[in-house]
Design a protein. Structure first.
Length: 364
């Protein structure tokens, strides 16, 4: 194999593919990327056996072929160098010509690299750049404990996207339907949300889902593009019926989201991590308080934009509350709506594609 490709584009692809390689010591081939050249294209593949990545770009192919090389070493090798890089299979070494330097890497056994699945149908839906932002704000509510696998995923159901860790729940509304229902690993969704792409084609199938897009990198004056595809197995299990969890009615209070988040962070930093913050309304202001029997107490106020007369207030985990505000309203006004200190509270904003549900905490 011998192929010459734009170095920065290859670096972009290797940065993406490196997020999908496996760190399993028992399977070293999964720590590598399969580099294939042919038909004027260079393709890079990676997998952890649950999710697979494919990135490709145009290349000057002198000799078609494929090599398997350690992902981290190749990424470090092409991090700097000339505009173009040439990769050549020399048998017992893989030569990487950077113009002003040549690095020879030991190959891995390409024949041991697993065959990657392919989608069986065409796209069932699309996502635009705004949808990717929505997915990123939803995915922060996924569970990180692998002992509850269903909650580690983001549920894509038509034009709805939902995530919960049983203490909070984020619901997003997409611009259009993905064409089916898929419980997608939250980590995969979070990575996709960071992509710079105007359109992502989604293919939902019975046991897997594919995301394919043209990704843009570089500057506005000198943009770079490449094609990418991520195909992941769906999480098995029944996701909670989020529509039944969303409360109806309740009284509301509206404040500036940036001021609220800043006040909660400031108060929470003065007490221990497991201490809730209590929110109440007084004299046209939202009062945020925290009480720590060992360290003392702290309070702050945020001006109220709008307030229902019977708004009761509640206590909440400050980390979850700040995350809910950031998901629903990164800027502008945010509305806290609920019934009492025992039922879930909705954090939402006018015009926002994401709303969040926060479980109240009891004050001891």
């Amino acid at each position: 194999m011998k192929a010459t490709v734009d170095r920065e584009t290859l670096r972009d692809i290797l940065t993406e593919s490196g997020r999908y390689v496996s760190s399993r010591v028992s399977l070293p081939v999964l720590g590598g990327v399969l580099v294939e050249a042919g038909d004027g294209r260079l393709t890079v593949r990676a997998t952890d056996l649950e999710t697979s990545y494919t990135g490709e770009t145009t290349a000057e192919v002198g000799e078609p072929g494929r090599v398997l090389v350690n992902s981290k070493l190749l990424a470090k090798t092409v991090a700097v160098g000339a505009d173009a890089v040439t990769i050549t299979d020399e048998g017992d070494r893989i030569a990487v010509d950077l113009g002003d330097a040549t690095v020879r890497l030991r190959p891995l056994a390409a024949e041991d690299f697993p065959a990657l699945p392919e989608p069986g149908t065409g796209p069932t839906g699309t996502l635009d750049a705004a949808d990717l932002g929505t997915l990123g704000r939803v995915a922060v509510a996924t569970e990180t404990d692998e002992s509850r696998p269903v909650l580690t995923g983001v549920l894509l159901d038509g034009a709805d996207a939902t995530a919960t860790d049983a203490h909070r729940l984020n619901v997003g509304r997409l611009g259009s339907s993905v064409g089916g229902t898929a419980l997608v690993p939250g980590r995969t969704v979070a990575l996709l949300a960071k992509m710079k792409s105007g359109q992502v084609d989604v293919t939902v199938e019975d046991s897997q889902v594919r995301f394919a897009a043209t990704v843009t990198a570089g500057t506005k004056k000198a943009p770079r593009t490449h094609r990418m595809q991520v195909l992941t197995k769906l999480i098995e299990g029944t996701f909670p019926d989020f529509r039944k969890l969303m409360p109806d009615g309740g009284e509301s209070l509206t404040v500036d989201s940036v001021q609220l988040a800043a006040a909660v962070k400031r108060i929470a930093s003065l007490v221990r991590n497991n201490i809730p913050v209590h929110l109440s309304a007084s004299d046209g202001a939202l009062v945020i308080e925290a009480f720590d029997q060992d360290l003392g107490e702290a309070s702050a106020q945020v001006p109220v934009v709008d307030l229902d007369a019977d708004w009761t207030g509640f206590a909440a985990n400050p980390t979850f509350l700040v995350a809910a505000v950031a998901a629903a309203a990164p800027s502008g006004n945010v509305t806290l709506r609920g019934v009492d200190g025992f039922k879930p509270w909705t954090v939402a904003a006018e015009g926002s594609t994401v709303s969040a549900l926060v479980m109240p905490m009891r004050l001891s």
